[in-house]
Design a binder for this molecule. Structure first.
Ligand SMILES: Cc1cc2nc3c(=O)[nH]c(=O)nc-3n(C[C@H](O)[C@H](O)[C@H](O)COP(=O)(O)OP(=O)(O)OC[C@H]3O[C@@H](n4cnc5c(N)ncnc54)[C@H](O)[C@@H]3O)c2cc1C
Length: 335
């Protein structure tokens, strides 16, 4: 069968629905589809036996033409044995031209497994996608530690890429998708990994990918209780705390709070960067932010070139002042 269409891994959970990166990949695929004639956009959902009607209609509204569903109650949670193999079997049954996945924990595992099994190339962590010469997928990704970007054309089919969440914007259209139900014999899949238990992390921070306001700390705040100020300010602004890789490496934030090329891409309305210099790898993660406010004691810090509001000064004076003013405003409002 001739490779045809774009196949997207439809990561979702019953609690939170379709992951944003899937909607963003669908929106981008509509653009790619216009450049390559007669291609369909297909999403593969792997999950338990539930009613998929709402999910199918939502996927259709982002541009999916077909939704392939493989359901079994053993697929309620992501499974290292089943999900990568099932997705690969679907890619073999309906050979696509292009396969796209979110660069999430699941997406990365499935992408590497699938590209190996299909003996094709994979461009990981792309920052853009387009159609290049000979109608091939043109994947752009950072290289040399984020100092350069490389445009990569894969000449074997399917052409595979993973893209980080929030690189593209998602938008809906008037469109509906067809449902295709598929049965795969899960008992025949070799079990190399045994799932013993699932322990949910007890972290009291909201996810930074969906946050509207982010207060983010860098190495400038990694001393003298600087991060206590970051958390205090975030609480006052009902914001989510994030940070640079320095802040992560020094143990002030978790990996899931790290912003940037090797962390998360964020798209808040307001991003407040405190004691962050503005290295390229950090900037990669904040370019989709609405307004950027930077506090830095070095007036030449690169972050100021990208900030809408720049405050030059010592964070240990500026942030407590700001918190006092917000406290005062709260008191005035209460009176
Ligand atoms: C392959 C690769 C991937 C990477 N991925 C990431 C990534 O995903 N995310 C990321 O963030 N980095 C990443 N990095 C690291 C990146 O290059 C920088 O080293 C890092 O972003 C710097 O963090 P920072 O801005 O917190 O620290 P610094 O660069 O040390 O900047 C600290 C800033 O704080 C200011 N400051 C200090 N004291 C105060 C004060 N009292 N008041 C106000 N300002 C103060 C200083 O003037 C300075 O500008 C990556 C690097 C590589 C090579």
């Amino acid at each position: 069968m001739e490779p045809n269409g774009i196949l997207i891994y439809g990561e979702f959970t019953q609690d939170y629905g379709i992951r944003n990166v899937v909607k963003q990949l669908l929106t981008k695929s509509r653009e790619l589809k216009e450049k390559i004639w007669n291609q369909r956009i297909c999403v593969c959902l792997i999950g338990p036996r539930i009613n998929y009607e709402n999910i199918i209609s939502e996927l259709g509204s982002y541009g999916a033409d077909d939704v392939i569903i493989v359901s079994d109650d053993r697929l309620k949670e992501y499974n290292h044995n089943f999900h990568p193999e099932i997705f690969t079997q679907i890619a073999k049954k309906y050979p696509p031209r292009i396969i796209l996945l979110g660069a999430t924990e699941q997406g990365k595992e499935i992408a590497s497994y699938c590209s190996t099994k299909l003996e094709t190339g994979l461009t990981a962590d792309c920052s853009d996608l387009d159609i290049g010469e000979n109608n091939l997928l043109l994947s752009t990704r950072p290289t040399f530690g984020g100092q350069l970007t490389a445009d990569i054309l894969c000449s074997t089919f399917p052409q595979m890429a993973t893209v980080m969440e929030n690189i593209f914007k998602a938008s809906q259209i008037e469109h509906s998708a067809n449902a295709i139900f598929n049965w795969i014999d899960i008992d025949k899949i070799e079990k190399k990994v045994e799932l013993v238990n699932i322990i949910k992390k007890n972290i009291n921070t909201k996810t930074i990918e969906n946050a509207k306001i982010i207060v983010s700390g860098g190495s400038g705040a990694c001393k003298d209780n600087g991060f206590a100020l970051i958390y205090q300010l975030a609480q006052k602004l009902h914001a989510t705390v994030a940070g640079s890789r320095e802040a992560y490496e020094r143990g002030f934030i978790t990996k899931s709070q790290q912003v940037g090329q090797t962390g998360k891409i964020v798209s808040p309305d307001i991003y407040i960067a405190i004691g962050i210099s503005g290295a390229n790898q950090h900037l990669t993660g904040i370019k989709n932010s609405g307004k950027i406010i930077a506090v830095n004691k070095d007036k030449n810090a690169p972050i100021f070139e990208h900030a809408d509001i720049g405050i030059v000064g010592d964070l240990f004076e500026i942030i407590p002042n700001l918190i006092r003013n917000l406290d005062k405003k709260e008191e005035d409002n209460d009176q």
